[in-house]
Design a protein around this ligand. Structure first.
Ligand code: COA
Length: 246
């Protein structure tokens, strides 16, 4: 896959690597990046060669410093309309990726950056990572799902503190509120993400996909409906195993 400017997409041994690639602007999330992520996330979902996805940022300073402030709040109406459309679609696509997505987070993880990370399944932080939602200081509320995804992951009180005060967290604080799974030295961030990817790929990809579906979809259901979803997926898996003679 080629022709991207704001991201890089690479595949290696059943892992898809998506790199936010505007390092001079701290990988700020612009319309181009939005369009390209929309396309690549669709492709990743359909690509039977890909079992795990790693999302990372290019350059030394940031995973992503949020929405591109040169487009943001100043765009003319048609661009704005397009922006809104892609916002919805991209976040929907992120949340509907059937395969596990590991976010490798370093440096600034702000605004849409943190919201992208929240759409991933596993978040690894480098020891230099800083997390924040500058939106309240800009007079806006999050537009990429942060008001919904953050409290689901860290709980209501820590989410409200971040969302209402705009206070930034370092990697230790992010780990303490379980915003990230673990902290690793900056130099080991990618290799640790790859270690996790290897462990996941050692398992049957259908089992992994169904597990993700049971957990992620189940979170939005009552316990009763979630248990029903789990047993439905379990039955489907057994039927698949029987059909393939395993
Ligand atoms: N949109 C567009 N460009 C951005 C950007 C953003 N969100 N964040 C950083 N950049 C650009 C800067 O304009 C600068 O460009 P330049 O070299 O052409 O001047 C470059 O990235 C480096 O940023 P700089 O501010 O010099 O780095 P720093 O280390 O001093 O500060 C931050 C880093 C993240 C604290 C600071 O860039 C910042 O506050 N960015 C905005 C964060 C934000 O409010 N995001 C929107 C959330 S909704």
């Amino acid at each position: 896959m080629s022709g991207y400017e704001a991201i890089i997409y690479e595949k290696n041994d059943r892992t898809g690597y998506i790199t936010l690639n505007r390092p001079k602007a701290l990988n700020a999330y612009n319309l181009r990046m939005r369009d390209e992520l929309y396309e690549v996330l669709g492709a990743v979902n359909d690509d039977t060669d890909i079992e795990v996805v790693v999302l990372k940022g290019a350059g030394e300073k940031a995973f992503c410093a949020g929405a591109d402030l040169t487009e943001f709040l100043t765009a003319p109406p048609p661009v704005f309309a397009r922006q809104a459309r892609f916002e919805r679609d991209v976040w929907g696509r992120f949340l509907n990726v059937k395969k596990p997505v590991i976010a490798a987070l370093h440096g600034y993880v702000l605004g849409s950056g943190i919201e992208m990370a929240l759409c991933c399944d596993i978040r690894l932080a480098a020891d230099d990572a800083h997390f924040g939602l500058p939106e309240p200081g800009l007079g806006i509320i999050p537009a990429a799902g942060g008001s919904q995804t953050l409290p689901r992951i860290v709980g209501v009180a820590p989410a409200l503190e971040m969302l209402m005060s705009g206070r930034w967290l370092n990697a230790d604080e992010a780990l303490r509120i379980k915003l990230v799974n673990r902290i690793v030295p900056r130099a080991e961030l990618l290799s640790e993400a790859e270690n996790i990817a290897e462990k996941i790929k050692a398992n049957n990809p259908v089992v992994v996909r169904y597990t993700k579906q049971a957990v992620v979809r189940g979170l939005d259901l009552t316990l009763e409906a979630g248990l029903e979803l789990e047993s439905r997926l379990g039955r489907r898996l057994m039927a698949l195993a029987k059909d393939s003679g395993v």
